[in-house]
Design a protein around this ligand. Structure first.
Ligand code: HSE
Length: 439
């Protein structure tokens, strides 16, 4: 056994800084658990002089991460740069080709290039570990790849983005609009200056693509993920959900269906009395339905320097112990291509909110359009319009909020019905449609 495990750390941002602090705080215990001391011997960052709250003195600085990737002194290249292409990809490939183990928290890189990078790692007999890439501090990669290997997994789903969960939680608690809460989250540093990646659902989709490969042994295919963000959710939806016994969460869901594997990210109604409905704030949650184990759920911090560093360190210790597993649990060449289930074939219940002109026959026409698509309604409720005065009804016949909940139906049927309803001219805004998840 080598006398110590030597790391080259590329990227000293929130997670890189967290990793340096973790190593400093727990050096003795880490050494015992790993069977050898773990030491950062060289670092790379875009800006050497940037003010950081970690001490870099004593660490060799290598300006170019690609140079660091082949540094003869390092055993493990820790990539915490980020980004699906460019320098991160080049550095990881270079490290693998040079026979260095790689630990990364880069979900975008793996969601787009996972199988190829896994094949490269296997070819060179090194590890490509990515616990920090999915749900931050929640050790879900290991749980699926190692703890649940004995199972056939039918579904994996979860709350995989802390920013969205924080925004939805605040909208619910304080009755505020999406834009208002997002602005505050940006001011407080919970949301990025460009929040599209988080609120648009893409970050969740990257993580879901990785969970899908781990759970089903399939090739990672980011483009097969259907993505909707939380931008369209209004206080009216949150209030209606509450009245109906639901909460709205941005879920990533991957499941096997008769028509292939469904991978989808969208705002979802979840029953209030379920555990996932009560995962609030920046927390994440991942649930796995296995045939022998039953339903497993993990809840914890999904982002941040400390939690992600915790995940990265677990990957490093595995390497120190000599454990090199196929990154996705089975050999890269055996990762299966699969049929993507089309969203229009998705089956489930739907919440639909319409802003309906107050005209005779409008309700009847809407109900008819739903019936024409074979959609059975569980409930239809006219919500109190903004302009209503208690006991006096609406003023001036303004549009009424109508909320429908369907029994199980298909996405194709709902979409066709909504197109027809819009075409009939009884609504004055685009219908809102939120899927209800069976839990
Ligand atoms: N931005 C992510 C989140 C964390 O808000 O959960 C990194 O993927």
């Amino acid at each position: 056994m080598a006398d110590r495990l030597k790391l080259g750390l590329a990227g000293i941002g929130t997670v890189g800084g967290g990793l340096l602090r973790l190593i400093e705080a727990h050096a003795g215990a880490l050494s015992e658990r790993a069977g050898q001391p773990i030491e950062v011997v060289a670092v790379s960052a875009r800006n050497k002089r940037k003010k950081r709250d970690v001490d870099l003195s004593g660490l060799r600085f290598v300006q170019d991460p690609i140079k660091l990737a082949t540094d003869p002194e390092i055993d493990v290249f820790v990539e915490l740069i980020g980004g699906e292409e460019g320098i991160a990809k080049e550095a990881v490939e270079t490290a693998l080709r040079a026979g260095k183990h790689v630990v990364t928290a880069n979900k975008a890189l793996l969601a787009h290039h996972g199988p190829n990078l896994a094949a490269l790692a296997e070819k060179h007999g090194v590890a490509l570990n990515f616990e920090g890439a999915v749900a931050g501090g929640i050790p879900v990669v290991k749980v699926i790849r190692e703890g649940l290997q004995g199972n056939d997994i039918a579904r994996v789903y979860g709350i995989l983005n802390g920013t969205c969960n924080y925004i939805l939680t605040l909208m619910e608690r304080e009755g505020r609009s999406f834009a208002d809460v997002l602005k505050e989250a940006q001011e407080q540093g919970y949301a990025e200056a460009d929040p599209t990646f988080d609120v648009g659902g893409f970050d969740t989709a990257h993580k879901l693509a990785l969970l899908t490969s781990l759970a089903f042994g399939t090739r990672t295919k980011f483009d097969a993920v259907y993505v909707e963000g939380i931008e369209s959710i209004t206080p009216a939806d949150i209030e209606a959900a509450d009245d109906l016994g639901y909460r709205i969460k941005l879920l990533g869901v991957a499941l096997r269906t008769d028509s292939g594997i469904e991978q989808r990210v969208h705002p979802t109604m979840v029953p209030k009395d379920t555990a996932i409905a009560n995962v609030d704030g920046v927390s994440n949650c991942v649930a796995i339905d296995g045939d022998f184990v039953g339903d497993v759920m993990l809840i914890g911090p999904g982002a941040g320097g400390g939690p992600t560093a915790s995940a990265v360190m677990s990957d490093i210790i595995d390497i120190a112990r000599g454990q090199v597993l196929p990154p996705f649990g089975i050999k890269a060449k055996n990762l299966r291509a699969y049929r993507k289930a089309q969203m229009r074939a998705h089956e489930g219940g739907y919440y639909i909110r319409l802003s309906v002109h107050d005209r005779t026959g409008a309700f009847a026409a809407i109900a008819q359009r739903m019936a024409a698509q074979g959609i059975s309604l569980e409930s239809i409720v006219q919500r109190r319009p903004q302009t209503e005065l208690p006991g006096q009804g609406t003023r001036g016949g303004g549009p009424a909020g109508v909320v429908m909940v369907t029994h199980e139906t298909t996405e194709a049927a709902v979409r066709k019905a909504l197109v027809a309803i819009e075409r009939d001219g009884h609504v004055d805004a685009k219908p809102q449609m939120i899927r209800i998840e069976k839990l």
